[in-house]
Ligand binder design. Structure first.
Ligand code: ZN
Ligand code: CU
Length: 493
């Protein structure tokens, strides 16, 4: 690059503490951006730019990567992506827990989260390629990569899901997944815990996942049991990874239920053992409550349950199930049955377990937020600032640099997002400027949709998408987010 080009940039962010996403200590430096890339990092006193930003006292970090989302539909219905952009998130991975919007087949309308995705005909993408092309045609504010849901594949290949797949059905799912991977899907997710996949055998998942090995697709798993049989369920997905020859991500790792409090003292050493033998990582969200559909059998294992929505009782939002049960003159489990289908938040995790998993060096951060939920779990709006503020700064669980690494450089390497997740010359200008003294989550269980505090400005591919508490408005088709395809990536080992 000529000296003249070097002296000029579109944007220079000056005097911030640059935390570059690798885990290295923060350093005071300027960051220059031209077009969609970071062009220089250092003392850029000799350079000028059309937009000069003073970031004195602020941190400049790579935009956060939310590796575990259910934003498939929301990217199209709410392209400003406020719940995520407001946290400094610049890329999301959709299609987790076995459920993806594409490839669209005849989904079971009662099955969460399909139950939240039914009403938009124009969002029925026949293939992964259609979905990714759709993102490029009407780009959202953030970048997005997709996984193909194993349950979605089952809906495409099977009529009766309450049994293991036959060899023919497995072959059909393999063909479908192979096409999706060729079209740029990052990999496959499974949700063996959920009814559409509960009757799938280990061998079924292994056979399907194995078609990804040639292209090194990733396998993410909401495991069969996160409670009493969590150890067996971890063994199962590790086995799938080894036999299929693919990298595994354990989704939202936890030990659920009152009688499993403390069990991450056993699960994390097991995960560490697997990591010595195969490529396997995990993600986690920073709350001691989980959220999913109303499942009556989960009621008794939680300290408290909030009903987030209920089809038979649309008037209910964020109500305590114990109180509702009294009003309905039923036991809590009976009341839960009467409120199905619906969504709920379960206070069923040990805070010490949550902290133990967050502290685990290889843990990535994933929100698991459900944006289509009318009364969502606060993780949707609060996950990333909560890790940085509450856990890293206030509780001192880890240095800020380590927290940033878990949500930037680490996931970019695991998912093979080339040139993302780091602040360095040549990388994409996905950046967040935040105040390390004030950053915190504002979303609570009582008021779950509040933007985070302390996020000053967020850039995606060099364009501002969030500034001072508001999304930047764009005309449709002009937002800077991009589809991230497996083809354009190179994964480190
Ligand atoms: Zn899940
Ligand atoms: Cu999930």
């Amino acid at each position: 690059m000529s000296a003249q080009n070097m002296s000029r940039a579109d944007v220079i962010i000056r005097n911030g503490t640059v935390i570059d996403g690798t885990g290295n200590p923060g350093v005071t430096a300027d960051v220059a951006v031209s077009n969609d890339r970071i062009t220089a990092v250092g003392d850029l006193g000799a350079m000028s730019a059309s937009v000069e930003i003073d970031a004195q006292g602020q941190v400049v970090a790579p935009g956060f990567i939310d590796v575990h989302t259910h934003d498939d539909r929301y990217l199209f219905t709410h392209p400003e992506m406020a719940p995520k952009a407001s946290q400094g998130v610049t890329s999301v991975v959709v299609g987790n827990c076995g459920f993806s919007l594409a490839p669209w087949k005849n989904y079971g309308p009662e099955q969460f989260p399909f139950s939240l995705w039914q009403d938009r005909d124009e969002l029925k993408f026949a293939s992964a390629g259609d979905f990714l092309d759709g993102l490029d045609r009407t780009p959202p504010a953030l970048n997005a990569a997709m996984l193909v849901g194993h349950s979605s594949l089952r809906y495409g290949a099977m009529v009766d899901l309450n049994r293991p797949a036959t060899d023919r059905e497995i072959a059909a799912m393999q063909d479908s997944l192979r096409d999706c991977i060729d079209e740029g899907a990052m990999g496959m997710s499974s949700g063996l815990f959920y009814p559409p996949a509960q009757n799938a055998k280990t061998e079924e998942v292994t056979a399907i996942a194995s078609v990804m090995a040639a292209k090194d697709g990733i396998y993410t798993a909401h495991i069969r049991d996160e409670a009493d049989k969590v150890m067996d369920a971890l063994e199962e997905v590790a086995q799938i990874g080894r036999d299929a020859g693919v990298q595994v991500v354990i989704s939202h790792h936890k030990a659920a239920g009152l009688n499993n409090f403390g069990k991450t003292k056993q699960t994390l050493p097991l995960i560490e053992k697997f990591q010595g033998e195969q490529r396997l990582t995990l993600d986690v969200y920073p709350y001691h409550a989980s959220s999913t559909m109303i499942l009556p059998h989960l009621i008794s294992r939680a300290q408290k349950v909030l009903i987030t929505w209920s089809k038979p009782r649309p008037d209910i939002r964020g109500r305590d199930l114990a109180e509702l049960a009294v009003e309905m003159d039923m036991t809590p489990t009976e009341a839960a049955e009467a409120l199905c289908p619906g969504g709920a938040i379960y206070f069923q995790l040990d805070e010490e377990d949550v902290q133990r998993v967050l502290s685990y060096p290889g843990a990535m951060i994933g929100s698991d937020g459900i944006p289509d939920d009318l009364y969502p779990h606060p993780r949707l709006w609060g996950t990333f600032p909560r890790v940085l503020g509450h856990y890293a700064r206030d509780l001192g669980l880890m240095p800020l640099e380590a927290a940033v690494h878990r949500m930037t450089g680490l996931p970019a390497a695991q998912f093979g997002f080339t040139d993302r997740g780091e602040v360095r010359p040549g990388a994409y200008a996905d950046l967040v400027i935040f105040d390390p003294k004030t950053i915190s989550d504002a979303a609570t269980f009582e008021a779950p949709t509040a933007p985070a505090i302390g996020i000053d400005r967020v850039f995606v591919n060099g364009q501002t998408v969030w500034q001072q508490g508001r999304p930047i408005s764009y005309r449709p088709g002009e937002r800077p987010g991009r589809a991230i395809r497996l083809g354009d990536t190179s994964r480190g080992s």
